[in-house]
Ligand binder design. Structure first.
Ligand SMILES: Nc1ncnc2c1ncn2[C@@H]1O[C@H](COP(=O)(O)OP(=O)(O)OP(=O)(O)O)[C@@H](O)[C@H]1O
Ligand SMILES: [Mg+2]
Length: 143
């Protein structure tokens, strides 16, 4: 499986990486984001969503921490999950969330650690690591 490491030295770098990633996505793509608090998952997702939409306007992308899932009805529907508080896969199934894996949109999943053994085989993995206040390491797997 192909692994690519990238260093983001700034928010601008992260936006550029987000726009590169967005070009590889299509309906049905699933991206699983791994990485600790503040590692930049939501920031990268915002960059991906704005690039997919081909807009320089701000799209209101926020961690859906209190409702687990935000849906953005854009050109391609985006399903943005934050599973920080879904500690096991049974809770994920209890909401019927696995249905979104086979929908005609793109799934972007923060805290994928919590459901890692039920992610579909085709899932693209992004691991993010905090290096310093402004730097992040990204590992792109299967992307
Ligand atoms: N190079 C960088 N790339 C991404 N974010 C950066 C970078 N440098 C600094 N930051 C800052 O790091 C923070 C990352 O926060 P963000 O909400 O994206 O993290 P997160 O991984 O989604 O956290 P959480 O687990 O709480 O959802 C933001 O405040 C952002 O401005
Ligand atoms: Mg977040």
């Amino acid at each position: 499986m192909a692994k690519i490491k990238k260093i983001s030295k700034s928010l601008d770098d992260t936006y550029l990486i987000g726009s590169e990633i967005s070009k590889k996505l299509k309906k049905g793509s699933i991206l699983a984001f791994f990485g600790s608090l503040g590692s930049g998952k939501t920031t990268l997702i915002k960059a991906i969503v704005e690039s997919l939409e081909k807009t320089s306007q701000n799209i209101n992308v926020n961690s859906p921490t209190f409702n687990y899932l935000n849906i953005y009805n854009l050109k391609i529907p985006i399903y943005h999950f934050d599973l920080y508080r879904i500690k096991d896969k049974n809770k994920f199934f209890s909401f019927g969330f696995e249905e979104y894996f086979s929908k005609d949109g793109i799934c972007l999943i923060e805290w994928a650690e919590n459901i890692k053994d039920i992610l579909p085989l085709k899932t693209h993995i992004i691991k993010m690591k905090h290096i310093s206040e402004t730097q992040r390491e990204l590992e792109l797997i299967n992307l």
